[in-house]
Design a protein around this ligand. Sequence first.
Ligand code: ADP
Length: 396
Amino acid sequence: MTDKQQAVIIFNAGSSSLKFGLYAIHGNKPACITQGEIENLGNESSARQAKFSVYGNNTRTQLLALTTHEQAITCILERVEKDYPQLQLAGAGHRVVHGGRKFSTPVIINTRIRQQLQDYSHLAPLHMPHNLAAIDALQQQRPELQQVACFDTAFHRTMPEYEQHYALPPVWFERGVQHYGFHGLSYEYIASVLPEYAGSSADAKVIVAHLGHGASLCAMVQRKSVATTMGFTPLDGIPMATRPGTLDPGVISWFIREAGLSIEQVDELLNQQCGLYGLSGISGDMRKLLADKHTEASRAIDYFVHHTQRAIASLAAAIGGIDVLVFTAGIGENSALIRERICRQATWLGIQIDTDANNNNHRKISSASSNVTILRIPTNEEMIIAKHTLQLITQL
Ligand code: ADP
């Protein structure tokens, strides 16, 4: 029996980054000890290129010669052991983007489940291979550790049938072609804290705009997902950093038949070359576009704002109105200008922003006369993963 403090570690693996969080177990609740990130992975140069940051009161950053997720996991585990010798890891949780039809709740990963996750890899090629690389690296390095997969698709399994189905012959639904939705861990976190921000309105008609590199919106009633903009894959919905959002499906066959692109080229085009980056030819990063004076940059921003406010109206139609609008994720939490522009185009829905509150990044940013409460809520997907991980490993 050890007298060390038990803890869980959380990983959120992206294409070139690995975010992590360390949570102490207090009773049945996780308490965040530290969070950090290794960025710029996958860069083959032997120079010290990867940036390892540990966030907190005194954020520390170091440049390291790391290229793979496996090396990044080794580095994080070594750092945790060195900095926190009083902790013992009891389990690890992972963000896994696609849970397909099979997974509507978090699961403990075993060999069979690992194989099933592989089958969903092609449905989210920007994310799944990296999510799985982190799981495999941890399995290799710490095989005794229980690993839990938490799915971005799971939160949307409460959507009514007409939101989960496409207008396709049923055989395709049976084969797994359906409207899954993503960013569910972020929406679950927002749903969990919403009463603190909105009181009883939390259970009314709520639309959450998760605006980051990947971006989507979700309509909730009673804090459950009723409709969302992403679909079968995270390509659908509003335009994103490098993904186009909704596209006439006829464009895909045109790309292949008329433009002669291979399936791999189409995947690469739609996942990496479109969206804000494709439109502007400058960058997919909103901060860079806002700082850029070229008309291509402002055109891409206009497009993003237009389609986001249009999605708010569409989701309001899906739930018969809107009582609360929440902005979250990188753009939603940090760009007062984008929030203001989206709200100004949606005033006909009764949305009225308070400019001062918005510019000062307050929690509540709607004006007194607004029919809709507008909130800015920082998301915390890692906390939701920590909670689920703790719940599952303590049930064993
Ligand atoms: P992801 O988790 O999907 O990688 P984030 O939620 O971190 O993405 O969001 C990244 C986006 O947020 C980028 O487009 C970045 O430019 C944007 N962003 C971050 N801070 C600001 C800011 N102050 N103003 C405008 N955009 C910002």
